[in-house]
Design a protein around this ligand. Structure first.
Ligand SMILES: [Cu+2]
Length: 427
């Protein structure tokens, strides 16, 4: 039986040092793991799961020789959060920035390590399914169940939260501790004191938090993580299976001898008001709104089906894999010809010039929320509606210094508007 997992990672910060080459040899294979007590096949590296930690310093070159030992799946390695500036062919997106890495094939990834707040890697995993998205069977903190995180009293910690599951999003509460948000998707933001709101993290998003521990070490505190029930059940029109537990618990440990308390009970009455609206944050660099724009692309996204299976369309087109990776088509064509959208085939291409300012308006005509991720760039978020906030009909109260990130959630039957300068071609 294949069970699915959804995970939250709390990861360390890379340190400044002299640059060096860091060489790794990875054999990607199926391994059997049972982090929640149920054995299942998972994708591992060199026979291990959890996958090995990579230790690098800012300025290093990470050089990874990857062998696909899966046998029955092609793959690619995406270094989520590393924007691969002028290095797009290392971005690991099969069919777009590279060919699929088929079983028994090898590829060397060379990845410069920039200054950043957080990042994680995603081995590409095709997960075909014949109906609604599979429900996660368990929540893992740092690849474990019932995770205990030891802390010292009276200490301020920088915590990196990474939502690395596939579906759905999460909410995170640390009982009786306040959190201050200082970064999102690697962008440092003006510190934002979280209470009374809760933190919501969509798939692929990263959040950096300061947390100051108590001086009293007599008690431990539960860390509560909840899967987004709206996204899984309410909006999908399905019921939870009997006994389904959408919550996971870990503990902040002050005292090994003290009991492990149950998680707090939280009540979310209004998803749009009780959760922090990340669009209201301000990047610490105060980058002004990028203006004027050279392109405005409007994406109307609808749920649909392909061969009877659920799918989504952008402007009436579902995803068509290009015949050859789009990046290769651009690199190997005549510099003038590569600006012609027809060159790329039936793949819904939007071609822009280097340095152009691009605005994307995304109207979500589905009554569920979805995270959207842009590779290779951070984008400014001009606006994002509450659930059922309607489709784009003009700008509303745009900040002069908009929030930036690389993964953004659009609410059901609502829209967002993002803007970025296209400054990341390949070499
Ligand atoms: Cu990514």
């Amino acid at each position: 039986m294949i069970r699915t997992l959804t995970t939250l990672g709390l990861y360390g910060f890379v340190q400044q040092a002299l640059s060096k080459n860091v060489y790794l040899d990875w054999n990607i294979t199926w391994v059997t793991a049972a982090p929640d007590g149920y054995a299942r096949p998972v994708i591992g590296i060199n026979g291990h799961w959890p996958c090995p930690q990579i230790d690098v310093d800012v300025g290093d070159n990470l050089i990874v020789d990857v062998y696909n030992g899966l046998g029955n799946e092609s793959t690619g390695i995406h270094w989520h959060g590393l924007h691969q500036n002028y290095n797009g062919y290392m971005d690991g997106v099969p069919g777009v920035t590279q060919c699929e890495l088929h079983p028994n094939q090898r590829m060397r990834y060379v990845v410069p390590i920039p200054v950043l707040l957080d990042e994680f890697i995603v081995p590409g995993d095709h997960a075909p399914y014949g109906g609604l998205e599979p429900l996660p069977d368990a929540i893992l903190f740092n690849d474990m169940h019932n995770t205990k995180i030891s802390v010292k009293p009276g200490t301020t910690y920088l915590i990196h939260v990474v939502c690395m599951g596939n579906f759905p999003g999460h909410a995170l509460v640390i009982d009786d501790h306040d959190m201050t948000i200082v970064g999102m998707d690697g962008i440092a933001v003006e510190p934002h004191f979280l209470p009374p709101q809760y933190l919501r993290v969509a798939v692929g998003q990263r959040v950096d938090i300061l947390l100051t521990t108590k001086n009293d070490t007599s008690k431990n505190y539960a860390i509560w993580d909840g899967l987004d029930i709206d996204e899984m059940f309410v909006q999908e029109g399905r019921s939870p299976p009997p006994g389904y537990n959408p919550n996971g618990t870990a503990w902040l440990m002050y005292n090994e001898d003290a009991p492990l308390p149950p998680p707090p009970i939280i009540h979310v009455n209004n998803a749009s008001l009780d959760f922090l609206d990340d669009v209201t944050l301000t990047p610490i660099d105060n980058l002004p709104l990028i203006d004027p724009i050279q392109h405005q692309f409007i994406f109307d996204v609808y749920p649909t089906t392909v061969d009877g299976k659920p799918a989504y369309s952008i402007n009436n087109m579902t995803y068509n894999a290009p015949d050859s990776p789009t990046l290769y088509t651009a690199i190997y064509s005549d510099p003038d010809a590569c600006l012609d959208p027809d060159l790329y085939g039936d793949v819904n291409p939007f071609v822009v010039n280097y340095g152009d300012v691009v605005e994307i308006v995304l109207n979500n005509h589905h009554d569920n929320l979805h995270p959207w991720h842009l590779h290779g760039h951070d984008f400014q978020v001009l606006q994002r509606t509450y659930p059922y906030g309607g489709f784009f009909d003009g700008y509303r109260n745009v900040s002069a210094t908009p929030m930036r990130r690389d993964t953004l959630m659009v609410e059901p039957m609502g829209h967002f508007v993002i803007r970025f300068r296209a400054m990341n071609p390949d070499k």
